[in-house]
Design a protein around this ligand. Structure first.
Ligand code: SF4
Ligand code: SF4
Ligand code: SF4
Length: 464
């Protein structure tokens, strides 16, 4: 652990209490303590007064004192450590974008997959040497950090893309074989994950099943949506191929999740999508719904974002279907069980290498011609040095993209869960102190409140 992390973890926060309300009345919520309680209005007022000024107990009635004492015994007023992201860039995982080419032309693709990012950039493949040196770096770090006593058991290579990574299948094979050799040499396991559109050949599927630990498939949930939104480059629908891929993964017992991008045209079908997925791909790890964000090819297609209200309502209905069918449903901004100060790993310099050998902290910012690259690109592969070079100044600035610096989030009960949301979306062209939220805030808050309500309503099922 670096000195900075140790330092940060010593900081403690004064009791942070939020009052949420639903049809049953007020809910006291202490996120840092992970404590929730239903209370009446006078109990809430006493708790807030005491949290602000412990001396206020002197002027309280016996009942109010009793409430404060009970809440205090449960830990509502205990100082807690602030969540802090890891500082000091020493990655034990890398995300590789083997190519920006793509066999699909999704109508909302943020990266203009197969079309060079929409900026006339050429279609590229990563040099194998770039991938190899990235693996050398993370494997060495993983081994050293494990030796120093950190809880690191492997190094992780994620295959992703600003295109479809399996369009460079021969390169992926070489990357995996190289990673396996390094793992053997350093005696530390390699773990491989992949995100794919699921249009894979039998040979590619055999390779995925044999070598990848988990797979994420982008799939729009129902055949008609998949064929309309995620067509092949030639215009034909892609459902049959993706369906075949997912059935093979189910059959082989591979851990895989589905990511469904929800447009306004799809939003009312969310519950139906859950049922379809549960019926056809039993045992999937999770189904991830995300409203489309209007960027990339979405700006030139007819796809639009669903309203926050419609997305939330249909998501809550979908949760019921998911619960009945045993499917784990996810939306990225609602994660009440996590205490974090950053939405993703962007602030710790997530090590993501583009086909050109540039290093970006953000999956969605992968071209030097993207104005946001100034914020997110923090290194590149230097062919002469045969190694990566990193820009510490950019890494320091990235480290500031956390919820401690987002005043807009100060009063939000989700701030240690959502942690300011996706920086690429909410900080497009603005400083971290200018963060002013988005329509996603409404969704994150409503769905996080629902998670809290579910915890309050939880009862043991063994009759106690
Ligand atoms: S599969 Fe992915 S990269 Fe390709 S067009 Fe669709 S969203 Fe873009
Ligand atoms: S900033 Fe947003 S788009 Fe970029 S990696 Fe994080 S979550 Fe993904
Ligand atoms: S204000 Fe919005 S972005 Fe900030 S933590 Fe809350 S829900 Fe997330």
């Amino acid at each position: 652990m670096s000195a900075d992390v140790a330092q940060n973890q010593q900081e403690t926060a004064p009791p942070e209490l939020f009052v949420l309300r639903d049809e049953q009345g007020p809910i006291l919520y202490a996120p840092l303590a992970s404590l929730i309680a239903r209370a009446n209005e006078s109990a809430v007022a006493a708790a807030l007064a005491y949290a602000k000024d412990p001396g206020s107990i002197e002027g309280m009635t016996d009942d109010e004192r009793a409430v404060v004492q009970t809440l205090g015994e449960r830990g509502f007023f205990t100082h807690r450590a602030y969540p802090r992201h890891e500082v000091g860039f020493r990655p034990a995982q890398v995300t590789l974008f083997p190519t920006n080419n793509c066999n699909l032309r999704c109508s909302y693709c943020y990266a203009f997959g197969g079309e060079g990012g929409g900026n006339g950039e050429p279609l590229r493949r990563m040099d194998l040497r770039v991938a190899q040196r990235a693996i050398d770096l993370i494997a060495r770090n993983a081994k050293e950090r494990a030796t120093e006593g950190e809880n690191i058991r492997n190094f992780l290579v994620s295959i992703h893309g600003n295109g479809e990574p399996f369009c460079a299948f021969d390169l992926i094979q070489k990357i995996v074989w190289y990673g396996q050799d390094v793992a053997e040499e350093l005696e530390i396991p390699a773990v491989f994950n992949a995100a794919t559109n699921g249009v894979l050949s039998e040979e590619q599927l055999d390779f995925v099943i044999a070598n990848f630990h988990s797979v994420n498939i982008s799939f729009d949930g129902l055949p008609a949506f998949q064929n309309a939104n995620r067509p092949m480059a030639g215009g034909r629908g892609s459902f049959d191929q993706v369906d075949h891929t997912m059935r093979r993964l189910v059959e082989a017992g591979v851990d895989f999740g589905i990511r469904t991008t929800v447009t306004a045209a799809m939003v009312d079908s969310m519950p139906e999508i859950v049922a379809f997925v549960a019926d056809n791909y039993p045992g999937i790890e999770q189904l991830h719904f995300e409203p489309v964000w209007e960027c990339g090819r979405c700006l030139t297609s007819s796809d639009t974002m669903p309203s926050a209200e419609a997305f939330t309502r249909r998501y809550l209905e979908s949760l019921e279907v998911a619960r009945e069918r045993g499917v784990r449903l996810v939306f990225s901004g609602a994660r009440q069980d996590m205490l974090v100060d950053t939405f993703c790993k962007v602030s710790s310099g997530s090590f993501t290498v583009t086909p050109t050998g540039d290093v970006t902290a953000c999956y969605e910012v992968s071209y030097a011609s993207d104005p946001r690259s100034k914020r997110f690109f923090f290194g590149h592969f230097d062919h002469e040095l045969d190694d990566f070079v990193f820009d510490q100044k950019v890494l320091d600035e990235l480290s500031r993209l956390n919820v401690h610096n987002m005043r807009f989030c100060d009063d939000c009960f989700c701030r240690w869960h959502c942690a300011g949301d996706c920086a690429a979306k909410v900080l497009d062209g603005i400083g971290v102190d200018e963060h002013h939220g988005s329509m996603r805030c409404e969704i994150s808050r409503a769905l996080t409140l629902n998670q809290i309500q579910r915890k309050l309503d939880w009862r043991p099922t063994d009759g106690r």
